[in-house]
Design a binder for this molecule. Structure first.
Ligand SMILES: Cc1ncc(COP(=O)(O)O)c(C=O)c1O
Length: 380
């Protein structure tokens, strides 16, 4: 098999048309011909399967090292289809700082369907083990949490999960298979908001699930086809294209982020930096062991008394917006924007203060990004 960076560019050739097209065509077809009534056709109806979507699904399955991939119309649709493999009365342990939309799906949707959840700090393996109940079926977490970049060991959780016959489900949005392949570290299912790094250009909302085994793949496929939140052929082609440049984009995200972290460390206005690439923390040790890089998101706290709103609003190049993982740099205040659904008490309990800023570092020239941050800080 070819090297990972080559696999990003070349998925499995479909050889399904005689035009010689280098890329898989966008099959804008909702239905497909049966040569005869009794024909066993590979494609019959596009919710059940579409060749363009299938190319993307095979591409991500290979990159993550799983049996089968599935593409959805959003990251949350992917998470919904994953958690919907469980049944009423099942219990799932979730990371206590998972993406807010995942919490909303759990608290305001799946609990009504009688799935039970316990939220724990998944960096603390003992806390995870202590939360296991007779009806526990899975542990679900993000390896790098948002916005404080606390790192969970996939190996540690997968070991506990295996001992208790639980599934390990990892949201790999922040790292992508370029930086971490959870299935190779013991996880069973990986989910993505492909809206972020996989797409990479802030122009598509999409989700991905990859299952390690065919048995799990069959359960996810049932939900993909049965619930039906599939990714369109057009959007599938856009995510496929995004994936082709994943390595080059992430290399630049990583080097830009390292330079910005150095810059922030040199500034008196900064109280604290949250980035797993800074040595001396448990996060650094786990990330060093289990990832190929520390990611393109950095959060930092401004010193007390400095106006965080004024800072983010004063930037010229770095845009004030939620989301992350795209070519352009985006900045936001978690307490007001991405994590506004939490009460102030809940925010403070997980370390989200009014001084906290989250920066998704893009692939611009790092000198311009640092100049922009410097002029913003100079205004405080
Ligand atoms: C870690 C993580 N998982 C899942 C999602 C949900 O994905 P989507 O917005 O594509 O539905 C997000 C969105 O921000 C996210 O950051």
């Amino acid at each position: 098999m070819s090297e990972f960076d080559t696999q990003l560019v070349h998925g499995t050739p479909q050889h399904d048309n005689d035009t010689g097209a280098v890329n898989v065509p966008i099959y804008a077809s909702s239905t497909f011909i049966f040569p005869t009534v009794d024909s066993q056709v590979k494609w019959d109806y596009a919710r059940s399967g579409n060749p363009t979507r299938n190319y993307l699904e095979d591409q991500v399955a290979t990159l993550e090292g799983g049996a089968k991939g599935f593409a959805f119309s959003s990251g949350l649709a992917a998470i919904h289809a994953t958690l919907a493999i469980f049944s009423p009365g099942d219990h799932i342990i979730i990371g206590n700082t998972v993406y807010g939309g995942t919490f909303r799906l759990i608290n305001q949707f799946f609990k009504r369907w009688h799935l039970e959840f316990t939220a724990v700090d998944t960096q603390d393996a003992e806390a995870v083990e202590a939360a296991v109940q007779p009806n526990t079926k899975a542990v679900y977490f993000e390896t790098f949490t948002n916005p404080l970049l606390k790192v969970t060991s996939v190996k540690a959780i997968a070991n506990i999960a295996k001992a208790h016959h639980l599934l390990t489900i990892v949201d790999n949005t922040f790292l992508t298979p370029y930086l971490q392949r959870p299935l190779t570290l013991g996880a069973d299912i990986v989910v993505h908001s492909a809206t972020k790094y996989l797409g990479g250009h802030s122009d598509v909302v999409a989700g991905i699930v990859v299952a390690k085994t065919q048995e799990l793949a069959d359960r996810i496929y049932f939900n993909q086809n049965g619930i039906g939140a599939v990714l369109s052929p057009e959007k599938s082609a856009q995510i496929r294209r995004g994936i082709q440049t994943l390595a080059v984009r992430l290399n630049r995200h990583l080097s830009n982020t390292a330079k910005i972290v150095d810059f922030l460390q040199s500034r008196d206005e900064i109280e604290k930096i949250y980035y797993p690439g800074i040595p001396g923390s448990k996060d650094y040790e786990i990330a060093k062991d289990e990832t190929n890089g520390f990611g393109g998101i950095v959060s930092f706290e401004l010193k007390k008394g400095l106006d965080a709103k004024k800072f983010v609003e004063s930037l010229n190049l770095i845009q004030l917006a939620v989301s992350l993982g795209a070519v352009e740099s985006l900045i936001e205040l978690p307490y007001k924007m991405t994590h506004a659904e939490l009460s102030e008490k809940e925010q403070l309990a997980v370390g989200i203060t009014h001084q906290l800023v989250r920066l998704s570092v893009g692939i611009e020239d790092p000198k311009d990004l640092i100049t922009d941050l410097a002029q913003g800080l100079a205004q405080l």
